[in-house]
Write a protein that binds this ligand. Structure first.
Ligand code: KDO
Length: 338
């Protein structure tokens, strides 16, 4: 009797052990059946585009994909993300038009000074048929889908010098100013068109470069000045609004093609929802941060905007960049403005 009980108990233990082994084999493969969407950005975790992707995009795709973001350029350095997606090493990035212009020079039109007028204009341009050949080329030749357009904001000139040392009213007042700009040709040209001497540098290095005086200034929207704490190491902001800046949500075409049509629809909706949410948050911050920045000892003022607009637009129109813009595209963009 005792023998039989022991046999039954042993049997039960073996069955449980076998089940445990089976489960331990099954669970990893179940976990793997969910996709991993990696995203690389040089933005911080608290940047509104990052927040929007984490709080809006990620939950919407959670049924079939885990969202895995890498902030502050830790997954891939700024400017190398598109190549990483193209090679199959990354799913997504938050890409600038100037980065795309490295592969397709015509994209420099979307990074041209005083081209977009505001956030709504960016959206109209992105959704207009004028974008179709641009999107198609990126898809066909780089294997990347541009899902949606995110709003970064109006870029302004932000300098280490107090205004008493350098009052920036016109482009001539930026002569000799060593202005950090992101590191592609189209970005560098924007710095030159502003009248400054541009220096290429990754976003993650800007704070230190400002604090040590390796550069005289940088350009970014007010929310970025606050998020990256540039107000700690600068003394003035001239509200040049020289670029209403955008980023595209770039997505691997290879991964896209592996999705079901329902999943594709969900990813597209999630990207649009995140972009819309981030845009509203960023606009809100842009409209409310000036007082805080001033309270930190940074003077904020409006320079001669006509002088900047006229100069920067003429520089672009007469540049080699403009010769890459498809005929009539600037007129179409302008026609979508206010
Ligand atoms: C920057 O390097 O100044 C910039 O603002 C350029 C943008 O296109 C974008 O890459 C942004 O940095 C990063 O996302 C960090 O905010």
């Amino acid at each position: 009797m005792l023998k039989r009980t022991r046999r039954v108990a042993l049997g039960a233990i073996l069955t449980i052990a076998a089940l445990a082994v089976a489960v331990s084999f099954v669970s990893p493969s179940l976990a793997q059946s969910k996709l991993n969407f990696t995203l690389a950005t040089s933005g911080s975790e608290t940047d509104q585009r990052s927040v929007a992707m984490r709080e809006v995009f990620a939950p919407m795709v959670a049924g079939f994909a885990d969202y895995q973001p890498g902030y502050n350029g830790t997954l891939f350095a700024q400017g190398t993300e598109l190549e990483a997606i193209s090679r199959g090493n990354l799913t997504m990035s938050i890409a600038s038009a100037q980065e795309l212009a490295q592969f397709f020079p015509e994209f420099s039109v979307f990074g041209g000074g005083y081209v977009h007028q505001d956030a709504a204009h960016q959206v109209r341009v992105f959704n207009d048929p004028l974008m179709d050949p641009f999107k198609k080329k990126v898809e066909d030749e780089l294997g990347i889908k541009l899902l949606s357009v995110m709003y970064l904001g109006r870029r302004h000139v932000n300098l280490r010098f107090p205004r008493s040392e350098r009052d920036v009213q016109t482009p001539a007042d930026l002569a000799g100013v060593n202005l950090r700009m992101p590191g592609t040709d189209a970005w560098q040209f924007l710095g030159k068109a502003l009248g400054a001497s541009p220096t290429p540098m990754a976003f993650s290095e800007v704070y230190t470069a400002l604090s040590t005086g390796a550069v005289d200034g940088q350009d970014n929207p007010l929310p970025t000045v606050v998020d990256a704490k540039f107000y700690e190491v600068t003394k003035q902001i001239a509200l040049t609004s020289h670029l209403v800046d955008l980023n595209y949500i770039a997505f691997s075409k290879e991964v896209w093609d592996s999705l079901t049509s329902d999943q594709q629809l969900t990813v597209q909706r999630a990207a649009d929802a995140a972009a819309a949410y981030g845009r509203l948050k960023q606009l809100d911050k842009e409209n409310s941060l000036a007082d805080f920045i001033r309270s930190q000892g940074v003077e904020i003022y409006t320079p001669d905007l006509d002088a900047f607009r006229t100069h920067v637009q003429a520089e672009f129109i007469n540049s080699e960049f403009a010769s890459d813009w498809p005929a009539g595209v600037l007129d179409k963009i302008n026609a979508l403005g206010n």
